[in-house]
Design a protein around this ligand. Structure first.
Ligand code: 3PG
Length: 307
């Protein structure tokens, strides 16, 4: 009997696990569950006997992949797959997939939620500001960026977008302003919402040069990855621009300094929370389970990311 493991340090909602179980058992496989593990060695042990694994931001490095002696497929229930060692997967003939778009609305709602929270001074009773009429730059117009743009337009924001891989006409057709360069996006927008993946090109790419271009009352919103931020540059902007604020769905490595010096100008989730809704867990979890069955039964590799 084939075995499918769910390995989630940050567990799915129960309803999503139940749905995954149904799909897996209907296919005649056994479901194993490893949640809230405290040590990577637990993951390494659990993967030894399984044919397939579903993960979230869990680290699937070379050690994990090599421990999976029977492993044929690893599905990241979510968008970013920077936590999978793709070279190791390819080397060991393990198919790696993600589930693009399935959790995007949840992440977008958190981005706007953090913006409202900060604009209203953390709901502390003092007079805040509104999002209506403010400029918002979407940095990378993928699945999450599109949802953020749609919701922001509902708030009456003036939405701009930049994505080197998306034609300006696509952005304009969605009723947004397309800008030609990343510098232009940051120069024009009081709010910038980051949706770039973390890879060799983007790591530490958002730093002082871009952030210092933002107009007065600047707020950077990061629901992407902390690794895309050049934290030295971030701290320099915090020091030089008393108007600058930073909202991040995960704590930066330099959080201690920000907490100590820049009270009231930041909000960080303690754990990555963007995709942490029942709906997103169901969408991404069930998609992952279906992709595993489709692959093991019919060789379907539509969402493979290590081709
Ligand atoms: C993603 O890449 O899909 C999001 O960052 C969500 O990550 P999570 O599944 O760890 O919450």
């Amino acid at each position: 009997m084939k075995k499918v493991l769910i390995a989630t340090d940050k567990p799915f909602a129960k309803v999503a696990v139940d749905g995954i179980r149904q799909i897996v058992e209907k296919a005649g496989y056994e479901l194993l569950l490893l949640e809230k593990y405290t040590d990577q060695s637990d993951f390494i042990k659990a993967i030894e006997a399984v044919d397939a694994v579903i993960i979230r931001s869990d680290i699937a490095d070379r050690n994990v992949i090599e421990a999976g002696k029977k492993l044929k497929i690893i599905v990241r229930a979510g968008a970013g797959y920077d936590n999978i060692d793709l070279a190791a997967a390819t080397e060991h003939k393990v198919v790696a997939m993600n589930t693009p778009g399935q959790n995007s609305n949840a992440v977008a709602e958190l981005a706007l939620g953090m913006m409202v929270y900060m604009a209203r001074n953390s709901f502390n009773g003092s007079s805040g500001t509104e999002l209506r009429g403010k400029s918002l730059g979407i940095h990378a117009y993928g699945n999450v960026g599109k949802y953020v743009a749609t919701i922001a337009k509902g708030f009456g924001m003036n939405v701009f977008a930049f994505d080197p891989f998306v034609a300006a006409s696509v952005i304009e057709d969605d009723g947004l302003h397309a800008v030609g360069t990343v510098e232009e996006l940051y120069s024009k927008c009081q709010y910038v919402s980051l949706h770039i993946p973390a890879n060799a090109q983007t790591k530490k790419s958002i730093g002082f040069d871009l952030l210092s271009k933002m107009p007065k009352g600047a707020t950077l919103v990061n629901t992407a990855r902390k690794e895309v931020i050049d934290e030295e540059g971030l701290l320099k902007v915090f020091a030089e621009r008393p108007d600058f604020k930073y909202l991040s769905d995960i704590e930066p490595d330099c959080k201690a300094e920000i907490i100590e010096k820049y009270s009231g100008r930041f909000f960080f989730t303690p754990k990555k929370m963007g995709a942490q809704t029942s709906e997103a867990n169901i969408n991404a979890g069930l998609a992952a389970a279906n992709q595993i069955v489709d692959f093991l039964e019919n060789g379907i590799t539509t969402f493979q990311v290590n081709k």
